[in-house]
Design a protein around this ligand. Structure first.
Ligand SMILES: [Ca+2]
Length: 129
């Protein structure tokens, strides 16, 4: 079976001190739910930056929780267009999880897709933007 554009959705766990999370290559697929867990030690800060972000506004979302489940406090919900090619909104907030882990949950509805997202993170780094 050949890999279709956008079908790849690599849910997983990340335990490195820095890295990036993205929805896969090309456009994401309609009707997907993916989750990624960044795991660090308790009391560490995980700083996340939005590098690329383009999703169908108000239908496809990325949720970021300060913890290891969707029961944890919700830090951010993103949708729509923030960063794509030369376009970017005036200011994209830095997201900081303080619990030692962060859960990213990506949801897309049954119709229409866009290029998706790329978020980088660092554990216990200084603010960079
Ligand atoms: Ca959609």
């Amino acid at each position: 079976m050949s890999r279709k554009r956008g079908v790849f959705c690599p849910s997983g766990r990340l335990s490195e001190k820095s890295g990036s999370i993205h929805d896969g290559f090309g456009n994401y697929t309609a009707d997907v739910r993916c989750s990624w867990l960044i795991e660090s030690s308790p009391e560490t800060k995980i700083r996340m930056h939005v590098e690329q972000f383009a999703m169908e506004c108000s239908w496809d979302h990325l949720y970021i929780y300060d913890g290891d489940s969707v029961e944890a406090p919700l830090l951010a919900v993103f949708s729509g267009l923030m960063h794509k090619n030369g376009y970017h909104i005036h200011r994209v907030p830095e997201i900081i999880a303080r619990s030692g882990s962060a859960l990213l949950y990506f949801y897309s509805d049954v119709a229409y897709n866009m290029s998706g997202f790329n978020i980088t993170y660092k554990v216990n780094a200084c603010p960079s933007r």
